[in-house]
Design a protein around this ligand. Structure first.
Ligand SMILES: Cc1ncc(CN)c(N)n1
Length: 229
């Protein structure tokens, strides 16, 4: 998936770590349905807390935006996180006897704190582009993973029997993919507005690609946490 013009450049600049993230063992086990249920539920609980902070980071992006269109898109992403994506976490955990109150009170693990606070700090210390570069691996990486697992599951005819089909269809499905397309466009427009037509020749570019790569490393740490508990 390309999701615009900037994302593929940032992805390429991040090197091997992008593959470590999107082809992580946790992802492989989600795709073939072999991930232990306990590991999945532990991950979902942490991910619920993660999404609370990510919604805060997108809300911060509203305040860092320059234009009404940028504000609108960031506000819409807050809505998509809270009212669409988190539905998966709330419903799946409720089926396992974990209610929303328990989710909200769960203890945040170190890898989760490291990632979410890194992104929030990128927004507080930096500008709109710093924040978008730190947010991009989260939104677009899951879009890429979801689209691939959905296509592979359909091609192999294994989706119906995969216990993680709901996760795969959430991130591979149209609703989430539309969010990814919109965020990819937002990044392209925001970069062009602030850095011009040749952004990769500007001094800011290196910092932005580093932010993207750091957030991607923190995604790898999040999957590691999901496997090891
Ligand atoms: C850790 C993590 N990264 C990304 C996403 C997709 N929004 C997520 N739910 N959780």
């Amino acid at each position: 998936m390309s999701y615009g013009a900037t994302f593929p450049l940032w992805r390429q600049a991040s090197g091997e770590v992008w593959r470590d993230y999107t082809r992580h063992a946790f992802v492989t086990e989600l795709g073939d349905g072999t991930l232990p249920r306990e590991a999945f539920l532990g991950y979902l609980v942490q991910d619920y807390l993660f999404l609370v902070h990510f919604a805060r980071a997108w809300a911060l992006a509203v305040t860092k935006a320059d234009t009404i269109d940028e504000m609108r898109l960031c506000a819409a992403t807050v809505h998509a996180l809270i009212d669409e994506e988190m539905r998966l976490h709330v419903v799946t955990c409720a089926e396992a006897g974990i209610d929303e109150d328990m989710l909200a009170r769960a203890e945040e693990k170190t890898a989760n704190i490291a990632y979410t606070r890194y992104v929030l700090d990128a927004g507080h210390a930096g500008d709109f582009l710093d924040l978008l570069a730190a947010l991009a691996p989260c939104v677009l990486g899951y879009g890429e993973i979801g689209a691939r697992l959905l296509a592979e599951g359909r091609a192999a005819g294994t989706l119906d029997t995969n216990p993680y089909a709901a996760w795969i269809t959430t991130y591979g499905g149209d609703e989430y993919q539309q969010v990814c397309t919109a965020v990819g466009n937002l990044i392209d427009t925001a970069v062009a507005r602030r850095l011009g037509d040749a952004p990769d020749t500007t001094p800011r570019w290196t910092t932005l690609t580093q932010r993207f790569a750091t957030a991607t490393r923190l995604e790898v740490g999040f999957w590691d946490m999901g496997l090891t508990g």
